[in-house]
Ligand binder design. Sequence first.
Ligand SMILES: *Cc1c(COP(=O)(O)O)cnc(C)c1O
Length: 370
Amino acid sequence: MNLCDLAPEYIRAIHPYQPGKPISELAREMGMDEHSIIKLASNENPLGTSPLALEAMLQAMDKVALYPDGSGFELKAALSERYTVASNQIVLGNGSNDVLELAARVFLKPGASAVYSQHAFAVYPLVTQAMGASGIAVPARKYGHDLDAMLDAVTPETRMVFIANPNNPTGTFLVASALLRFLERVSSDVLVVLDEAYNEYLPSTMQADSIAWLKRFPNLLITRTFSKAYGMAGIRVGFGLAHPDVSGLMNRVRQPFNVNSIGLAGAVAALQDIEFVKRSYALNQSGMLQITTGLRQLGIEYIPSYGNFLSFRVNGGNAGAINESLLRQGVIVRPISIYEMPEHLRVTVGLESENQTFLKSLEIAIGESA
Ligand SMILES: *Cc1c(COP(=O)(O)O)cnc(C)c1O
């Protein structure tokens, strides 16, 4: 008997997560200069990293011989002050992906289920399946979460519901009142994971006061990340906020040093860099307008997005050919057929010049495929 055949069937059935193509890989494949390539494929911050965070991380380099503070004391203190939560309500993660996985480890097992929406973030089915639990994908409504249908999909075995707001890759948004109504109606023995990875890209008037809801709903877990608006995707820091009992269980199953010392130092500094987040927000607003205007001029349908990315539908459904042409022109976007959206491509809002290059290359790609 082959050892790998003895691995649980639910592990062997996992389709690996497909990340955006790295610039270096495309450069190798096409024999291109890396500098001539633009990557708008992974919702990274086109402004780079918060300068305050960068400075703090460079200083932290001096101490990499030492283990990080496994409790993340300073970062938790900073988060606790910023969000008015107690330190024991915080779970730090190696990116918020880690936090999502920790929650699944705590609450899921074979026989249990998790509910999420069709077209929702790919990590939800992944972490569910990795625990041998079953995933219940609820058909989307206008590409967004259908919260009523998701509520109806909850069974006595359901232990988790994942909600991304805004959702990736569709960019759809749920208003606070709809989320509250869901929390009020869903059984208190189901953990509701509210993934707010793109929260900082919402106008402040649209940001739900979700953290205040933690007092009312001990079955709520909010996840946030330093990967997007803070520009720290490569250093991997995210966090979860929940009732102390929930975060306590999650902290038991995490690796003792799951967040590295450079990331911890960077995140503390990034939190203070309100100016950088403001600039990132403003650039995203203008870039989103630039891209949507350009797409409309090209006659391309898109799903209005509240994140730092946008999914657009390629006429005739030849997204594969358009993507290939974009790659040949040195523009990396994200095919999203694994999200059951084979006719769409997702583009991250970049710098003004990158958005312009993307739009020009897309026009050429469409011309080629016509
Ligand atoms: C990018 C993203 C995250 C963040 O992932 P990290 O592990 O924090 O880098 C979480 N949720 C969604 C929906 C995302 O798109």
